[in-house]
Write a new protein. Structure first.
Length: 251
């Protein structure tokens, strides 16, 4: 078995998925960017949420060089990282009814804000209820999920619905069920998950569209610079001072 061959196959699979998302979801990505721009222009706030490994693309657009300063992580204790022990507890918490409502009720999110919910399967109680409760509070909800799961699996929420059923806009990540792109002789299980690569790129594309939409309206988008380049720290300080009432990751 050639390790180089497997590496190449994984890159090819990831590139193929990226091309599909670029070509097939372009309109939805642009619309999501406009929704973020609308919130910024109207004085609203932006939140992102993901559980388990779906939290990685969410975290990737929060407080980072080249990112939109107003994107805040909606944190749910125990589900946004592998710091919880045992790690399987995070998966269990995704299936707990009522957790999403408690998080939203104690968060700074309010009507008119935008919440992007990332969930590969979109079938667990937490992302489904997060979307339902957010819309009930008047937030606009963007769901980033794989529609294949809704077609070929059952919801774990009591309503029988998926994340996609409770969103103002859905972006399909195109990831296949099981999130494993490779198979090989001598390896019993499929391997090579690509959801993080694809969804992180998708989220960065949404942020790029938001920045462009703001610029078209004559609004200089509040972007962050790298703190490791000269002047970056001072730049970010000015941005955070100007928009501090909508930035919650520094409190």
């Amino acid at each position: 078995m050639s390790e180089n061959k497997l590496a190449g196959q994984f890159f090819d699979a990831a590139i193929g998925l990226l091309r599909r998302v670029r070509d097939e979801e372009a309109e939805h990505i642009a619309t999501a960017g406009s929704m973020l721009a609308d919130a910024v222009a109207a004085g609203g706030r932006i939140f992102v949420f993901g559980a388990g490994h779906s939290s990685l693309p969410a975290q990737d657009v929060v407080y980072r060089a080249g990112g939109l300063a107003l994107v805040n992580l909606l944190a749910v204790p125990g589900v946004i990282g592998l710091d919880v022990m045992p790690a399987t507890l995070g998966s269990a918490l995704e299936r707990v009814d009522g957790l999403a409502g408690a998080v939203l009720d104690t968060s700074p999110a309010r009507a008119g804000d935008v919440l992007v919910i990332i969930s590969l399967s979109g079938r667990n109680s937490l992302p489904v209820e997060m979307a339902m409760n957010a819309r009930a509070l008047g937030l606009r909800v963007v769901g980033v999920t794989s529609l294949s799961y809704a077609e070929h699996t059952r919801s774990r929420h009591t309503s029988g619905t998926f994340l996609k059923d409770h969103c103002d806009l859905v972006i399909d990540s195109k990831i296949g069920i099981g999130d494993a792109e490779l198979t090989a002789d001598g390896i019993a299980a499929p391997f090579g998950p690509a959801s993080t690569v694809v969804t992180s790129a998708l989220m960065q594309a949404v942020v790029a569209c938001a920045a462009g939409a703001l610029a078209e309206r004559g609004i200089d988008p509040p972007m962050l610079r790298s703190g490791n380049v000269d002047g970056g720290h001072e730049w970010n300080g000015r941005v955070m001072d100007e928009y501090g009432d909508r930035i919650f990751f520094r409190h």
